[in-house]
Design a protein around this ligand. Structure first.
Ligand SMILES: NC(=O)NCCC(=O)O
Ligand SMILES: [Zn+2]
Length: 484
C-alpha cells in the first residue's frame, strides 16, 4: 500500500518548496507534484518536515534510588504526539558492570518502543573490561557515542584521567564522546554547605549548581577532547559560560557540539523560588534552569549555528518520587519531562517569535543530530530512500499544555498552561500514521533499533592531524657533556 502526503510544503534544513511525498515499505519513494497513492493524507496548509529526533532521553532510568516513570512505550508515544519519530536513550551500566550486560537490559526495555530508537553507552567506571568492551559496543552493537558524567559524585561521575582514557579509546574506535558537564566535586561541596546552613529546599538545588561550574567543566572536557584528538558533544548546555567555551572551541577549529534543552530555553530559575514545594521540586533537574541572559545566549547560539541541537533530557518523575527529597534537596530525583512538548514549544517560542527560521527548526530538531549521530540521510531528511519518519506540521493548530491530556505517565507537566501554536496534523513512523491530530494510533513494538556506524571522516582527519603535529624528539649531533 502506498501513502501520499498531498498538498503540503516541504521544509528541510536547507529548502522550502511545494511537493507531494509518496511512501512505500516505510521509505520515501517519490517526491514531486500531483502524486497519487492508496492512502492520501491531506497536508494542505501544513509543512512536511523530517520527524524530530530527540537524542537525549532517559526512559525507565534507574537513578537516585528510583526509576524514571516513562518507559519506552509511554515515552515514545509522548514523542510521537509531539512530532518526534526517533529517540536516543542512555544505556547505563552499574559501577563494575559489563557494558554488554547492561545493553541486554536496555534491549529488553526497548522492545515496547512505538518509534525507532538508538542508545548511547555511558562510561560510568573505568578499567580494562570497559576498554575492551567499548570495541564490541561500536563494532557489533551499532553504538558510536559514549556518555561521561562529570557530575553526580559518588554515583555516575568519572574523573579526568578516566575521561581522558575513554576519549582516547573513542578516538581509536571512531566514536563520539558526550559529556554532562558540571564540576561534580564543587557541586558536592556546595550541596553539603547549603544543607549545613539549613538550606534544604529545591531552590538550594539551583544554588549548588551555578553556571560557572558548568562553564568550567565544559571547558575542561573540551581541552581533554582536544588532547585526545576526538570531537565532543556537550549535552544539556544551559548557560552562556558553557556556550562561550563551545563557541571558542569551534572558532579554534575544534569539532564541538552543544545541545540546549527546550526546558532551559523557555523556563527560568524563578521556578525554584515558587512557594509551592511540589512546583519547585518538579522542576529540579541538572543543570538547573537559568536566567534570561543565559536563555538569550542559547537562542543566539541556535540562530548562529554555534549550538546545533535542541533536546529534552526527558527523565520524568512523579510528584511522589520528587517528594523523596522533602527536607533534603539532594534526594529530589533530578529530571523533567519534555518529549511531547519539545517541538510545539520550540515552534511557538522560536519560529513564531522570529528567533529561528523554519529551516533552522528542522535543523536543530532533526537534521543536525542525524548528521552528528551518523544516521543521515536515512533519518533527518525528506529525500527519496530516507525512512518515512515524517511530521505533517500544522502551524495553525493550537492547544494549552496540560498534564490532563498528555501521553507521559507522570501527574504534572513543567510547561503546564503554556499556549502552543504549531502541532502535528500527522506523525508518521516509517510510513505508519501514529498520530492523526488528537487521535493516537501508535503501535507498541513498532520501533526498531537504529544501528549507527563508526565515524570515518572526522575521526580520521583528527588522527591524521594529531599524528602530523605529534611531539617529536629533535635528533642532535654534538651534544655537550653534562654540566655536572
Ligand atoms: N538531567 C537530569 O537532571 N536528569 C537526568 C540525568 C542526566 O542526564 O543528568
Ligand atoms: Zn545529564
Amino acid at each position: 500500500m502506498t501513502t501520499v502526503i498531498k498538498g503540503g510544503t516541504i521544509v528541510t534544513a536547507d529548502l522550502t518548496y511545494k511537493a507531494d511525498v509518496r511512501i512505500d515499505g516505510g521509505r520515501i519513494i517519490e517526491i514531486g507534484p500531483n502524486l497519487s497513492g492508496d492512502e492520501v493524507l491531506d497536508a494542505a496548509g501544513c509543512y512536511v518536515m523530517p520527524g524530530g529526533i530527540d537524542p537525549h532521553v532517559h526512559l525507565e532510568m534507574p537513578f537516585m534510588g528510583t526509576y524514571s516513570s516513562d518507559d519506552f512505550e509511554s515515552g515514545t508515544r509522548a514523542g510521537l504526539a509531539g512530532g518526534t519519530t526517533m529517540v536516543v536513550d542512555f544505556c547505563l551500566p552499574d559501577p563494575g558492570q559489563s557494558l554488554l550486560d547492561a545493553l541486554k537490559r536496555w534491549d529488553n526495555k526497548a522492545t515496547r518502543a512505538n518509534c525507532d530508537y538508538s542508545f548511547h553507552m555511558s562510561v560510568t567506571w573505568w578499567g580494562e573490561q570497559v576498554f575492551n568492551e567499548m570495541k564490541a559496543v561500536v563494532l557489533h552493537h551499532g553504538i558510536n557515542t559514549f556518555k561521561h558524567f562529570m557530575a553526580y559524585k559518588g554515583a555516575l561521575m568519572v574523573n579526568d584521567d578516566e575521561m581522558f582514557a575513554s576519549f582516547q579509546r573513542c578516538a581509536e574506535l571512531g566514536a563520539l564522546p558526550l559529556v554532562h558537564a558540571e564540576n561534580g566535586d564543587v557541586v558536592a561541596a556546595m550541596q553539603t554547605k547549603l544543607i549545613d546552613e539549613g538550606n534544604d529546599g529545591p531552590e538550594a538545588h539551583a544554588y549548588s549548581r551555578p553556571a560557572s561550574v558548568e562553564g568550567e567543566a565544559t571547558n575542561r572536557a573540551i581541552i581533554i577532547a582536544d588532547m585526545a584528538g576526538v570531537p565532543l558533544y556537550v549535552v544539556h548546555t544551559s548557560c552562556e559560560q558553557s556556550h562561550e567555551a563551545i563557541r571558542r572551541a569551534r572558532q579554534n577549529g575544534m569539532r564541538v557540539y552543544g545541545e540546549p534543552l527546550i526546558q532551559h530555553l523557555t523556563l527560568d530559575e524563578s521556578e525554584y523560588f515558587n512557594k509551592d514545594w511540589d512546583h519547585a521540586a518538579r522542576r529540579v533537574m541538572s543543570p538547573p534552569f537559568r536566567n534570561r541572559q543565559h536563555q538569550d545566549s542559547l537562542w543566539a547560539g541556535l540562530a548562529s549555528g554555534s549550538l546545533q541541537v535542541v533536546a529534552t533530557d526527558h527523565c520524568a518523575f512523579t510528584t511522589d518520587q520528587k517528594r523523596y527529597g522533602v527536607g533534603d534537596f539532594r534526594k529530589i530525583p533530578n529530571g523533567t519531562g519534555g518529549l511531547e512538548d519539545r517541538m510545539p514549544m520550540l515552534w511557538t517560542y522560536g519560529v513564531a517569535t522570529g528567533r529561528i527560521t523554519m529551516n533552522e527548526f528542522v535543523a536543530v530538531t532533526s537534521t543536525n543530530i542525524a548528521k552528528i549521530l551518523n544516521i543521515y540521510p536515512r533519518k533527518g531528511a525528506i529525500l527519496v530512500g530516507a525512512d518515512a519518519d515524517i511530521v505533517v506540521w500544522d502551524p495553525k493548530r493550537s492547544k494549552t499544555v496540560s498534564a490532563k491530556n498528555q501521553q507521559s505517565a507522570i501527574d504534572y507537566n513543567v510547561f503546564e498552561g503554556k499556549e502552543v501554536t504549531g502541532l502535528p496534523r500527522y506523525t508518521l513512523t516509517r510510513g505508519v500514521v501514529a498520530i492523526e491530530e488528537s487521535t493516537v494510533k501508535t503501535r507498541e513494538g513498532h520501533g526498531e533499533f537504529v544501528k549507527r556506524e563508526p565515524f570515518q571522516a572526522v575521526n580520521k582527519a583528527l588522527s591524521t592531524w594529531k599524528e602530523l603535529t605529534a611531539p617529536r624528539k629533535v635528533e642532535r649531533t654534538g651534544i655537550p657533556a653534562s654540566g655536572v
